[in-house]
Ligand binder design. Structure first.
Ligand code: SF4
Ligand code: SF4
Length: 293
């Protein structure tokens, strides 16, 4: 047994996984990696570094991947989030942070929302290291103004690499290159299986370990409310789980000071949230599976 294997199976590792210090340490490391020594200023109480935020703009998707981590196929009546709510959410959350590592608009399929341009125009890209929108690459937009905004806001289009979209993906990439818009295609053809949204009956200790191993750091806003992660957001929205005090932030109705305080609390949280009971990420069952459709 080499040292790595001994560490992996040791009790010490389990304890380390569940320690608040571990999460904080990793966030601090990222802060210094991105901003160098200047990153120290974001630790001061009057500065705020938000590492990763996603804003859901639609639950409509033209694919219905059976293992969708965001649970889109469970929506009987998929909907576009009201545009005013999305814009207000972007404004309210942007007021809170001085720097953000990753700002993302999320679907469903993001290109299906008719007001995507309005949302892009609101993103404070000057404060963000990266702005992205994922797409399943089944749609090649034809609107020059949309491409102009994608360029202006330095958006990276993350292309889903779905087997069913091979042909449109090629066309989308050709168009993005022509329009000089940045894009990424994930190398891996697999994703993590989060499982069906059922209560798996795990005890307190195993939930704590699961939560520590999950290590998902993007906070997710859906219809003006920030959740711990996008899986939680859609689990609540679909009625599989309910919102618990301290596990969400009412972004639209809070003041900026309240939002800062509550987002910080959610970001640095070390205890599992209700949604983890209905999710397999972070457990041994969360194996890598072939991408959806
Ligand atoms: S394309 Fe993406 S959002 Fe749509 S169902 Fe598949 S995994 Fe979910
Ligand atoms: S384990 Fe919990 S925190 Fe991680 S993705 Fe699932 S619901 Fe979200």
């Amino acid at each position: 047994m080499n040292l790595k294997e001994i560490w992996r199976s040791s009790k010490l590792r389990e304890r380390w996984l569940c320690m608040p210090l571990r999460k904080n340490y990793r966030r601090l490391m990222r802060l210094f990696r991105y901003y160098g020594i200047i990153g120290i200023k974001y630790l001061l109480p009057w500065h705020f570094f938000l590492d990763y935020i996603e804003i859901s703009i639609t639950t409509r998707c033209n694919l219905r991947c059976p293992d969708c981590a965001l649970l889109m196929p469970y929506y009987q009546h998929p909907y576009d989030v009201d545009s005013e709510t999305v814009i207000a959410s972007i404004r309210k959350v942007s007021e809170c942070f001085d720097a953000c590592e990753h700002f993302r608009l999320l679907g469903g399929e993001t290109f299906l929302h008719p007001d995507l341009k309005l949302f892009l125009a609101e993103i404070p890209s000057e404060k963000c290291r990266k702005v992205s929108i994922p797409t399943n690459a089944t749609i090649v937009p034809n609107d020059p103004e949309l491409y102009e905004l994608l360029r202006q806001k330095k958006v990276t289009v993350i292309i889903g690499n779905y087997p069913v979209a091979v042909e449109t993906q090629k066309k989308l990439i050709a168009r993005l290159e022509q329009e000089q818009v940045m894009y990424e295609v994930p190398v891996s053809g697999t994703w993590i299986d989060y499982g069906r949204p059922i209560n798996y009956g795990r005890g307190k200790q195993s939930l704590t370990e699961q939560f520590a191993r999950c290590d998902l750091r993007c906070k997710s806003i859906l219809s003006g409310v920030m959740y711990y992660c996008s899986r939680c957001a859609h689990s609540c929205d679909l009625g599989f789980t309910s919102r618990k005090p301290g596990e969400y932030v009412d972004i639209l109705h809070n003041t900026t000071a309240q939002n800062r305080r509550e987002i910080r609390r959610l970001m640095w949280r070390c205890k599992p949230v209700e949604g983890c009971k209905y999710c397999q990420r972070g457990t041994a069952a969360a194996v890598r599976i072939a991408r959806g459709k």
